[in-house]
Design a protein around this ligand. Structure first.
Ligand SMILES: Nc1ncnc2c1ncn2[C@@H]1O[C@H](COP(=O)(O)OP(=O)(O)OP(=O)(O)O)[C@@H](O)[C@H]1O
Length: 255
């Protein structure tokens, strides 16, 4: 399934948040969205997920969700959003229970997603026993369990330390290499964007408009830590964003 954003503009009352955003999220690709604080990245993700409606324009879903898809648009949040009283497998099973999937059918899905996220040995652990990185792996496993058409990720790694972020990025690349998924990935972090994005959408400061779309052809599995090509892309992105980020920062301070 593909997502098309057609001339999306939005205001909260007189407060204009974004203007005329037209964008395609191609099937099987990861599209990162970067931009200065307050430019509307999370708001755009909520429009894509159908949690909110834009004042103008529309979000189109083109094509069918994959077979076995239980929830076409599935979020992964920064704060993991796990139920503390449920074990790892219990947290994953919750989204299946919502769809009446129980017993052997549920176990097969849970075993598969826990294996894909290297969590098999932690199936009976409670969230409080897990590190932040492991908690986010559980959230990723839970999202994978519903076989989404599009994963919507809002700063999914920003609560983690930098080494754990690297490990989780490796995991996401591994998952994508095994079964390519479609994702919209909102981040402040340009290093994450160049590591994970097939394309990177740069928004201007508020009202957010598309300033540029940077395509990175290098296969995800060839993108290593410290890669010179990626550093160049990251520098280019930062050059596009620097002045806007400074202005957005000053705006917040003066608000
Ligand atoms: N429900 C709302 N009512 C009023 N203003 C809102 C609402 N939601 C978001 N905003 C404002 O809209 C602007 C865009 O918010 P949004 O969270 O989408 O930006 P962002 O680019 O994700 O920001 P950040 O990078 O800081 O997370 C911000 O100024 C925010 O305060």
């Amino acid at each position: 399934m593909q997502i098309k954003l057609d001339s999306i503009s939005h205001s909260y009352g007189d407060f204009e948040v974004m203007r005329d955003i037209t964008l395609e999220i191609p099937n099987g690709k990861i599209v990162c969205i970067v931009g200065p604080s307050g430019c509307g990245k999370s708001t755009l993700l909520r429009f894509i997920g159908g949690l909110e409606q834009p004042s103008q324009g529309q979000v189109l879903q083109v094509g069918e969700p994959p077979e076995g898809c239980l929830n076409p648009l599935t979020y992964i949040f920064q704060d993991f959003a796990l139920l503390p009283w449920r074990t790892v497998d219990g947290n994953v099973s919750l989204v299946l229970e919502d769809h009446g999937i129980k017993g052997k059918a549920a176990k097969a899905i849970i075993d598969d997603v826990l294996a894909r996220t290297n969590l098999t040995d932690f199936a009976k652990a409670l969230p409080k026993q897990l590190s932040g990185g492991m908690k986010q792996r559980v959230a990723i496993a839970r999202a994978m369990a519903v076989n989404p058409a599009v994963l919507l990720m809002d700063e999914p790694l920003s609560a983690l330390d930098s080494q754990t972020r690297e490990l989780l990025m490796d995991d996401l690349v591994g998952l994508w290499e095994r079964t390519p998924f479609t994702a919209v990935y909102v981040t402040h972090n340009l290093h994450e964007a160049v590591r994970l994005g097939h394309s990177i959408v740069v928004l201007s400061r508020r009202p957010g408009q598309i300033r540029d779309i940077v395509e990175i052809d290098k296969p995800l599995s060839d993108r290593q830590f410290g890669d010179a090509d990626l550093d160049l892309h990251q520098k280019h992105l930062w050059n596009l964003m620097r002045e806007e980020a400074r202005a957005a920062d000053a705006e917040l301070i003066n608000a």
